[in-house]
Design a protein around this ligand. Sequence first.
Ligand code: ZN
Length: 329
Amino acid sequence: MPGVANDPYEVLAVARDADLDTIKQAYRQLALRYHPDRNPGDGAAEERFKAISEAYATLRDPELRRRYDSVGHIGRGPAGTQPDFSHVDWRVIFQEADIPMDWSRRGGVPTTGSFVFDALFRGMTTMFRQAGLLPGEDREVRARVDLATARSGGSKRVHVPGPVLCSACRGLGRDAGGVCSMCGGSGSLGRGLDVDVTVPARVRGGTRLRLAGMGGPGQPPGDAYVRLEIEVPSAARLEGRDLLTEVHLTPLEASRGVTTDVLGVRVRLPPGTHEGQPVRVPGGGVGGDLIVTVRIDTWRGLGRAAMDVARKAIGALRAPAQLPERKRR
Ligand SMILES: [Zn+2]
């Protein structure tokens, strides 16, 4: 990081005995001049911006400033080539420079209400996140689970789009063998990550599962949230935990009663079942009940010859395929 090798007093153009107010003023002026959105695509300005922010972080902290004044660097190791800003709370840095920010959206881009500072911060956010100086972004992905998995639980593979924190080295870029082979040392995976999530049994549609630390890179890394959507056949629908659908019977089936399979559940429809009658099967939903509404399908009860006659009588007003061939569920 260029800010470290540089003299923070020189970077901020302040005297060695400058007081904190003077240093703060100098930082604010330079921060406005070099902010990335005023210098789009200017890598030098970005580096400069980082350098002044780091210089200010150094000089505002009495302990860091003393260390710099006595040994000429604040880094680790003899040459100070490894700067240590890990303890720096950048929120405080910006607050002290009178850049008010709304941090209530964790991992989101903070807003100040000031166009200039918001623009400033958007550019900075990306930069600092990549440097691991800001909280990472949360991600939300959707996953569709089938009825059987929603009822009994199971595993579901989801893709979390990148960039995400490298799961092998936890963003360090290194592992026991040296440079992390999964991310090539960058600490993040641009392509994203496939994760097997555990779907709890009797899960409610819309449930969010949290994958801690699997969101965007940053310090701390963001989280990924998997929103589960339960896939039900088009003729059925979920109301909360109850599953609602219809079943089609012939008049004969309705009068005699029938046991049939409805969405994977054995349903006993008693003799004398009438049109529109709801039959509730406790536990047949997804943590709730299955509610089957009986439809008595007169056409299905007719013989083929009688049906052909009926079709001709109705003519082309309705497509024949829609008449008797209703799929039995
Ligand atoms: Zn890695």
